[in-house]
Design a protein. Structure first.
Length: 182
């Protein structure tokens, strides 16, 4: 998977939505999350600060990114050994791509002999190393993405109200965000 990143991250066509515009909006939504939301406030504030910094960073835009690259979206192919399918393309930062690899195939991490945290960290470092990504920048994007995923889980669709705003998915988001940090 990490080897595909270099093949996919070519200069983005100008008509694509920019990741900086998305993360700017998401940071604002995260900042408005109620203090009593069932996610650690410290992590919300960290994700808001990181997101705001990334939104104004010139390196946040400019490369074609898949945004949903994970095990189920890669198939063996004939013209290439591996083909990425089902992209949600943006003009963005290749470091944004790591998080889906951490939340997919979760059962394997839960069953890992050394525990979920070590499994997440091993996946994270393997992807970063094979793809030649900057560890700190990839970590920042994972934190932002996981807290945004938690936020979206808490947002009710129009006309629908959840009975319980917490679930295993929120725990997974927080666990991944914590696991990639030292």
């Amino acid at each position: 998977m990490g080897g595909l990143y270099g093949l996919l991250h070519v200069p983005a066509p100008p008509q694509l939505v920019t990741l900086s515009s998305c993360v700017d909006r998401w940071s604002g939504e995260l900042a408005e999350l109620p203090r009593d939301a069932p996610v650690p406030r410290r992590q919300v504030e960290q994700a808001v600060a990181l997101g705001r910094d990334l939104a104004v960073d010139a390196a946040t835009d400019g490369r074609l990114i898949h945004t949903d690259l994970h095990y189920a979206n890669v198939l063996a192919g004939d013209r290439e050994p591996w083909l990425a399918i089902d992209p949600k393309p943006l003009s963005g930062d290749p470091h944004y791509e790591v998080a889906p690899m951490l939340w997919n195939r979760w059962d394997e991490l839960a069953a890992a002999p050394r525990g979920i945290r070590d499994g997440v960290r091993l996946r994270f470092h393997t992807i970063v190393d094979v793809a030649g990504l900057d560890e700190h920048r990839a970590r920042d994007w994972v934190v932002v993405r996981m807290l945004c995923n938690a936020l979206w889980r808490l947002q009710d669709p129009p006309g629908v109200r959840r009975q319980l705003p917490t679930d295993d998915y929120l725990t997974r988001c927080i666990t991944i965000a914590k696991s990639v940090q030292d």
